[in-house]
Design a protein around this ligand. Structure first.
Ligand SMILES: Cc1cc2nc3c(=O)[nH]c(=O)nc-3n(C[C@H](O)[C@H](O)[C@H](O)COP(=O)(O)OP(=O)(O)OC[C@H]3O[C@@H](n4cnc5c(N)ncnc54)[C@H](O)[C@@H]3O)c2cc1C
Length: 416
């Protein structure tokens, strides 16, 4: 039995891996020349169930409003005439109640936690190298007010079993000596998610793609999917610029481009691109770089040591599908990073990148299928797609095999 996976990002390649384990004959179709060259290329690398908060919270409308008239915000909303943006924004706003924020956060947390346990299994079984780092992630707060609010927010995850400690500035220094007494003056405290982790999503995805190939999968690069052939309630073929592909089952994992293709099959996916920026600097002396990853919560800047590099990411911007970037996009991030980690590495040699998070209004991905019985969805993982990938892939494989997934999919199944 043949399965076609559309998309060679972290979602598609992990799905291919899980389908191979189930005995499928797997082919992946990817329009670029390698796996993980699009959104999975240079994300923050955080494997962060302890940061699974939904973005659609009661605080979000005020933050969005502020972003309309201020340029220094981590979130940048520039209204456009794109109807898809307004439909997405409407759904996002309707999720901004305390009750829905709690429910959406819990749902994300359970998926992230499940997924992290599978990531550990996949790495052990497949032997993939990915500059992985265990030992927790630090969520830093700059003011007593934001620290207090962070502690209250964390109670949602703690009540679901997240192992999160509250740290004083001195304890932050004990956790990671890069935070010297002078640097700690910038910090009011931190939340320490002890079982969170990190790693390079691109290395992982490319390594896992090699494992998939060695186990018999075919990965067709430079192969852009353009449409579908259907018969009754089945998708009988996938049209590409290189010709027609057929399979018994098809999985859609095209990240931000999933809605365009799904629409051809009458599936309306609430996924919109939210742009973010990253810079990667070569480490000088590892003793001067962060030992653990984390987030500067007040500036919404993530930091992550990755082997001999440090990755920094920031910003959530609604500007459509553009992945261009300019030096000014990185100015605030660079200032914040240099203040926290002045000697982390050679900032002059930074590699710059911008990517598009495939966000749903709730922040959780979409599984299941529409009216076509052999066309499956595993897409819309938003700002946590690296954390969610292994779990989401197993869920998708279980649904195809008509097995009960290990976690409750309430609110994540298309049309339900
Ligand atoms: C700045 C930033 C920081 C982030 N930090 C984190 C983090 O710390 N932790 C975390 O868990 N997540 C993080 N994320 C989110 C994470 O990177 C994404 O959720 C994840 O990479 C999405 O993977 P994907 O496979 O769904 O999409 P993609 O990686 O975009 O894969 C989709 C693939 O489909 C291909 N494709 C598209 N259209 C076609 C077509 N028509 N035919 C064939 N192929 C096609 C694309 O080329 C692409 O390779 C971050 C994202 C950004 C932007």
């Amino acid at each position: 039995m043949k399965a076609l996976v559309l998309g060679g990002g972290v979602a598609g390649i992990t799905t291919a891996y899980e389908l191979l384990k189930d005995g499928w004959d797997v082919t992946v179709l990817e329009r670029l020349e390698q796996p993980a060259l699009f959104t999975s290329f240079a994300n923050a690398g955080l494997v962060a169930p302890g940061h699974a908060y939904t973005w659609s919270s009661p605080a979000a409308p005020k933050i969005l409003l502020k972003s309309l008239y201020r340029n220094d915000q981590a979130l940048r909303f520039r209204p456009s005439l794109d109807p898809a943006l307004w439909r997405w924004m409407w759904k996002f706003m309707t999720n901004c109640t305390a009750e829905k924020a709690k429910r959406n956060t819990m749902r994300k947390f359970l998926l992230c936690r499940y997924s992290q346990s599978l990531l550990i299994d996949v790495v052990a079984a497949a032997g993939v190298k990915y500059d992985g780092l265990d030992g927790g992630l630090l969520y830093l707060y700059r003011t007593p007010e934001t620290f207090e609010a962070g502690k209250v927010k964390a109670e949602i995850l703690q009540s679901a079993g997240a192992d999160i400690d509250v740290l004083s500035p001195a304890a932050v220094g004990e956790c990671d000596p890069v935070f010297t007494p002078a640097i700690r003056e910038q910090i009011a405290g931190a939340l320490f998610a002890k079982t969170d982790a990190s790693g390079d999503a691109r290395m992982f995805t490319q390594g896992l793609a090699d494992v998939c190939r060695s186990r018999g999968a075919t990965i067709k690069f430079s192969t852009e999917v353009t449409g579908f052939e259907t018969e009754g309630r089945r998708v009988t073929g996938v049209r590409t610029k290189e010709g027609l592909e057929s399979a018994d089952h098809v999985v859609l994992s095209l990240g931000v481009y999933s809605p365009q293709l799904a629409r051809q099959l009458g599936i309306d996916l609430p996924i919109y691109p939210v742009k973010g920026y990253s810079m990667t600097i070569p480490m000088d002396d590892p003793r001067d770089a962060p030992r653990l990853g984390g987030v500067d919560e007040d500036n919404l800047m993530a930091f992550c040591p990755m082997g001999s590099r440090v990755r920094l990411t920031a910003t959530a911007e609604f500007v459509g599908y553009s992945t261009t970037h300019k030096p000014s996009d990185f100015r605030h991030m660079t200032d914040v990073a240099k203040a926290l980690f002045p000697k982390a590495g050679d900032y002059a040699k930074a590699e710059y990148w911008a990517g598009l998070r495939p966000m749903t209004p709730e922040g959780s991905p979409v599984f299941g299928r529409g009216e076509f019985e052999n066309f499956w969805l595993n897409t819309g993982h938003g700002h946590m797609g690296w954390t969610m990938a292994c779990g989401a892939a197993r869920i998708c494989a279980d649904l195809i095999a008509d097995r009960q997934p290990a976690i409750d999919l309430d609110g994540m199944l298309y049309g339900k």
